[in-house]
Design a protein around this ligand. Structure first.
Ligand code: G3H
Ligand code: ZN
Length: 290
């Protein structure tokens, strides 16, 4: 059975470790991420963007896949199914479909007041249903699902306003960017992170754009109050690399190497291996039901 992400993130915040929130794109992705979590006995947030849900046929398809895999794979660690970067409307759809956690990304709304109003309403609804909710202050840079943010640094006062609405965890821009980091990236802004953490107290913070941030910076961010690290592109890159290697070696043309169960196997294994590495880096290995 799926759970919400509140308890697992509060435990991470208290225990000064991070939980990876890994984006799923299809059946193989979900199987691979769940396999890694079970093998490492790590609590898991498996998340899905609006675009990836549309690609898979809808939020209910994603919820069905993840729910049934948890049961049929005998997963023993807690798993939350989280909507990643949801619009106001998408939050309702994901809640109806059986997601156990939502992110309302109001950072793209025209005004901060709209972000506040929507967040307030969605916090109430999510909590009535026993779900957890993440909100966002300060757009994250880069492009995801066609939405481009400018990589703002979140205003600590605005973070405090949103935190006080009762969200369970908060995404804040601290110079992080979605996708691959450009060579001239300045790195995470730790002063900004410390100032935000000071304002929001023990509220778990979320670091988006987890792909390609140097390990020492990720660890420092976790030590300063980041409890959830979002990773999407990283797993896409390792999947593509392993699949390319298989095809370039001509393996799809040997025997029944064209069978998707064979063709996709190296990519799937690469996702498992990389997810396990990241769980070790973030410190969630063995944290199970803590
Ligand atoms: O919300 C999801 C993420 O922030 C993932 O970012 O694709 O750069 O790992 P990434
Ligand atoms: Zn993100």
């Amino acid at each position: 059975m799926l759970v919400n992400a509140t308890h697992m993130l509060q435990s991470a915040e208290k225990g000064h470790y991070g939980l990876g929130a890994f984006n799923t794109n299809n059946l193989e992705w979900a199987q691979a991420i769940l396999t890694a979590a079970e093998e490492e006995q790590s609590p898991l947030i498996i998340q899905c963007s609006m675009g990836a849900a549309k690609y898979q046929g809808g939020y209910d398809v994603v919820a069905t896949i993840v729910n049934h895999l948890v049961k049929n794979m005998n997963i023993t660690v807690p798993v939350a199914l989280h909507l990643d970067h949801g619009t106001y409307e998408a939050c309702f759809e994901a809640m109806d479909a059986g997601f156990t956690s939502i992110m309302y990304d109001g950072s793209h709304e025209e005004t901060f007041d709209i972000n506040v109003e929507h967040t307030k309403e969605l916090v109430k609804l999510a909590h009535q249903k026993g779900l957890s909710i993440e909100a966002e202050v300060g757009g994250i840079g880069g492009t995801e699902d066609g939405v481009t943010g400018m990589g703002e640094i979140a205003d600590p006062e605005e973070c405090k306003v949103i935190a006080d609405l009762g969200v369970d965890f908060l995404a804040c821009g601290i110079g992080n960017i979605h996708g691959l980091y450009p060579a001239n990236w300045k790195g995470l802004q730790f002063d900004a992170l410390a100032a935000i953490k000071e304002k929001v107290g023990d509220l778990p913070l979320v670091l988006h754009g987890g792909t390609g941030i140097p390990e020492d910076q990720v660890k420092k961010a976790i030590s300063l109050g980041v409890s959830k690290v979002n990773v999407n592109t990283d797993l896409q890159v390792v999947f593509a690399e392993a699949t390319r290697k298989y095809i370039e070696a001509g393996k799809d043309q040997q025997g029944k190497g064209y069978d998707p169960r064979k063709l996709l196997a190296p990519g799937k294994q690469a996702i498992i291996d990389r997810t396990k590495e990241l769980m070790t880096e973030f410190g969630s290995v063995g944290k199970g039901w803590e």
